[in-house]
Design a protein around this ligand. Structure first.
Ligand code: S3P
Length: 439
């Protein structure tokens, strides 16, 4: 991570997107394969695993706790599960880099162990709120120290956890998943009530591995004391990574791309709904199921977009896709309004502010609000934008350059490697005139 701090993208206008593209594996599912495969009885095999820095950080954490994991080798992994109580105390502080999913899910899982662990991360992670997990975990009986509610976190093991009845104060799959993982180690039942549906990969994978989780309306229940059994997992391509190419094709005349084998879990497809409401031409082909998750091929052809008021119920279903959706909005005819998305302010960067700054630097009228943004569609000028080390912001502005009047230079792009290794190569092959420079 550190030797590439100055990675810059230089993107020339004039490209258009075409062809069939398979983006890397789903980040959320990849994290969960490592966590649940490690705790299972038996050997879990994984294909399509995301070899990006975030998921690799989770992998390294489980190796440090004594789990033997072979690979990754072209997305293939073999995880030798140690059972629910087989993890060992790591020798050192666990470093999870940029990964909010790792630290939040692991907080729950580690609260149920008999040993004490400290987790830390990079400068971005050090600013992200952790009370959302530490408060309910402590209510379950966990002992956790933080730095004023932020990382590093020290989880003191060996304390009995009790099931909890908890209503999430925000729509967060990370908090829900954290409490489900702690709930496996708690006495009695843990019941989580969600204010709105969020990604349900944890529930699906737990059920798939033989640990029952019940879901009724907006309540998710798990009993402590169960077991996980090894399975084979095929990780679909990440719809959040596919989004950059979907938006690139949707805004660039002459484009026609097909994103292959993309995860189509209905808790993740808000980006498709929103783009379609803006008038994008998207065809879903070849729908199928793999390992309990729906997948499909997504064909996107250019068609002019129109601004909309984004329905608030789509926000949690597209939570990681707003940097790219803001680029779509900036190229649409008329005004796009986003509300109800204050969670964007506490992602890898403050995605409302950083995107508004970048759009303004390119001549677009973008007005940030407390919980969203108003964007007037226009024409991107060339210019320099700062991604603030946020992978999704860097990749989004690379797509804006397709239709800009001049070159766009994007600074601080090294963290693209957290979720999308090989982005520049794939983007070039698809038709983006992008180069990366170091220094
Ligand atoms: C994730 C949940 C979301 C998402 C993140 C991955 C997960 O975070 O933004 O990229 O894998 O559970 P929140 O739960 O904070 O919304």
């Amino acid at each position: 991570m550190s030797n590439q701090e100055n990675l810059t993208y230089v993107v020339q206008p004039g490209g258009r997107l075409s062809g069939n593209i398979r983006v890397p594996g789903d980040k959320s599912i990849s994290h969960r394969t490592i966590m649940l495969g490690s705790l299972a009885e038996g050997v879990t095999t994984v294909s399509g695993f995301l070899e990006g820095e975030d998921a690799l950080a989770t992998l390294a954490v489980f190796r440090a706790m004594g789990v033997t994991i072979d690979g990754p080798n072209n997305g293939n992994l073999i995880i030798h599960g140690v059972g629910m109580h087989g993890l060992k105390a790591p020798e050192k502080t666990l470093n999870v880099g940029n990964s909010g999913t790792s630290i939040r899910l692991l907080s729950g899982l580690l609260s149920g162990q008999s040993f004490t662990v400290t987790m830390e991360g990079d400068a971005s992670l050090a600013k992200r709120p952790m009370q959302r997990v530490t408060e309910p975990l402590m209510a379950m009986g966990a002992r956790i120290q933080s730095k004023e509610g932020k990382p590093p976190l020290t989880i003191h093991g060996g304390h009995q956890l009790n099931g909890i009845n908890y209503t999430l104060p925000m729509a967060s799959a990370q908090v829900k998943s954290c409490l489900l993982l702690a709930g496996m180690y708690a006495s009695g039942e843990t019941c989580i009530t969600e204010p709105a549906p969020t990604r349900d990969h944890t529930e699906r994978m737990l059920n798939g591995m033989g640990y029952p989780v019940s879901v009724e309306a907006n309540q998710i229940r798990i009993q402590g004391g169960g077991k996980l059994y090894a399975i084979n997992i095929d990780v679909p391509a990440d719809i959040s990574s596919a989004t950059f190419f979907m938006v690139g094709a949707a805004i660039t005349p002459g484009s026609d791309v097909t994103l292959e084998h993309v995860g189509m879990n209905p808790t993740r497809t808000g980006v498709i709904t929103i783009l379609q409401q803006m008038g994008a031409e998207i065809t879903i082909q070849n729908e199928r199921l793999t390992g309990g998750e729906p997948v499909a091929d997504i064909r996107v052809r250019y068609q002019p977009l129109t601004g909309i008021h984004i329905p608030e119920d789509q926000v949690p279903l597209a939570i990681d896709e707003f940097p790219a959706l803001f680029i779509a909005a900036a190229s649409a005819d008329g005004e796009t309004v986003l509300t109800g998305a204050e969670e964007l302010r506490v992602k890898e960067s403050d995605r409302i502010q950083v995107m508004a700054d970048g759009l303004q630097a390119l001549g677009i009228t973008a007005i940030p609000t407390a919980d969203g943004m108003k964007i007037h569609g226009g024409k991107f000028a060339g210019g320099v934008v700062d991604s603030h080390g946020d992978h999704r912001i860097a990749m989004s502005f690379a797509m804006a350059a397709l239709i800009a009047n001049d070159t766009i230079i994007i600074n601080d792009c090294a963290n693209v490697a957290t979720s999308f290794p090989g982005f520049v190569t794939l983007a070039k092959a698809a038709g983006v005139r992008i180069e990366s420079t170091n220094g």
